[in-house]
Write a protein that binds this ligand. Sequence first.
Ligand code: MOS
Length: 745
Amino acid sequence: MSPAIGATVARVDGRAKVSGAARYSGEIPLTNLAHAVLIGAPVASGRIAAIDCSEAQRAGGVLAVLSHLNLPKVAAQPSLLPSLAGMAAPGQSFFPMQDDTVHYAGQHVAVVVADTLERAEHAATLVRIDYQQSSPTTLIDQARDQAYVPQKIFGGLLPGQDARGDVEAGLKQAEIRIDATYRFAANHHNPIEPSTTTAEWDDSGRLTVYDSTQGPTATQMTLAQLLGMPPAMIKVVSHFVGGSFGSKAMIWPHAALAALAARHVRRPVRLALSREQMFTSCGHREEQEHVVTLGATADGRLTALRHHKLSVTSHFDDWAEPSLQSAAIMYACPNYEGVYRLIRGNTNTPTFMRAPGEASGMFGLETAIDELAERVGVDPVELRLRNFTETDPATGDPWSSCGLRECYQRGMELFGWSGRDSRPGRRREGNWLIGTGMAAAAYPHAQPVNPQRARARIYLDGSVVVEAGVSEFGTGVTTAMTQVAADGLGAALEQVRFLGGSTDLPNITAAVGSAGAGATSAAVHLAVTALRQQLIGLAVSDEKSPLHGADPAGVIVEGGRMCRRDRPEAGEAYAELLQRHMLPDLEAVSNWIPPAQDAGHGMHTFGAQFAEVGVDADLGLIRVRRLVGVFAPGRVLNRATAHSQLMGGMIWGLSQALQEATRMDARSGRWANASLADYLVPVNADAPDVVVDTVEVLEDVVNPLGVKGVGEIGIVGVAAAIANAVYHATGYRARHLPITLEDLL
Ligand code: MOS
């Protein structure tokens, strides 16, 4: 392999992004563009009693006011499907503005379209709506007694409960038992770019949509279903997306509303969610409670693990983020039971949010494990090694790759863990109580369930375009795929351009669940390999080529020049070959069929997190002083972008631990802090020195290049490592997130 894969390559789209040349979905210049503004219900439960649009309709520049009274009905009831398949993937099965019911605060009840954004915003204030309210349920504590175990969660992908062995028997055997309940506030995504859809119809009834989405095809298929149109009549473009964190993984109603509004006013329409609307329009991490019960022998070997999760979902979907997938397989424990319970509330359907599920599930487990280590009286790393599992404990299958021992080892070295006095409250520097803690990280490797495609085309001057319909929302996929393509073809990086973000390109599933780099690199690698084989085949069968008669397997390519491995002077460039054959271009399309998820290997990504905190003894102020994370994500495609993803993830873990919480005003059923001023996220001053490292593992199962992805694993375990460090500093055991200074007073 040439050094392109894995190298630190500056983002190929970096210049366009920092210079403003990159156009996001809300920046596409279109003639005659109109602007739509959504009106959200201020009540969380009830119905619309009356709606008066007359004044709004008379306001200057207004083109339409749409509500359930005049909006055309959608062609099909959306059905919840996970977007990893690249199929229709509505975020919820309820589509607003079809009747007068109100299920949650912020639900879209009207759309105002005007010739400018300001006039649309003004007219939206003139729409008079009367509501009949009923009292909302939005919190676990309001409806604990109504909890039920769903058949399936997560769009039907996972069972509502799961077990192995006999957990009761395992608990009876136990000499030590830990019972703990962990509570998590709701969280919202808050990407820099609020979701925006720009829709334009042409005279022949074709629709073009510029959408901030993690999956252009998912947007296309969802619109096709909702609008009752063939997908071939819909093109979705999404060249740049300003972050997402899962809020743009599923396709939410505003995208179809933009298209419906544009059809109604016969003009292109742009619909951008406001920051406040981002809190009620595209999912969130739901409020949840985890009850973790561990049984163990006196020397700390697990005999039983029970993990029950209770969370709030919408009135229409059984959604729970899958919090038990990593916790279930982390340790060699023969007896396990995991159960999801749900409460229906007045909320939109929750959704994927960065490290969906595992960020909370692993907090519960890894904090409980820290308690167990203390009870047993061993170092927390040692306790984890005593329960280390060499195989997937759910199936007995070997891991496709693991690397967890190496992550612990390397993390301890980088952090300086050895010699730690495990007793809490022993270290003090001035007014700061100092503590250290650690936790394991794990994230399931999700395989796409369908073929992944890419196209590679070389032109007669040797330049190359590689295309796959993947979305770039800041992950660095455009840069990494340029590297994969250059590497596979034996071309120089500068000769290769990667294009993504359009449904005109070969289909890649939505980039979700840390699966984007694996799926796309597999398709790109196969496409460029096929193209290279075509080119070599053409050369060896060409009497005019210096490679004539050579064994194709003995031909290598470097810098776009093919030559015989045993006689490097015998060769020619791709460009010479193509020009001699009068071929302006040559192309190959790949079709990567992913191995099945259950085909004989446990597929998981592992890592280890270490944290040092200082807690002000008088003020309760918590400062994270150091974070060290070491991960085994298989092949790293670009060291710099992978490092950024992992570091960003770790800082997100810090904010999960100490900052992020959306607070519910239970009387009104509305989020009380739906703004970036009130919803806390870390700034540079909150972020400590973050050390990120990866360990190499041989991974040849998950996909051709062995890429397991780095989108989520960096987050998992950080909050537990911090909470365990807070305990070590102070003796206070945090069982809810975020931990605030009030907890420490
Ligand atoms: Mo990711 S939270 O699965 O988009």
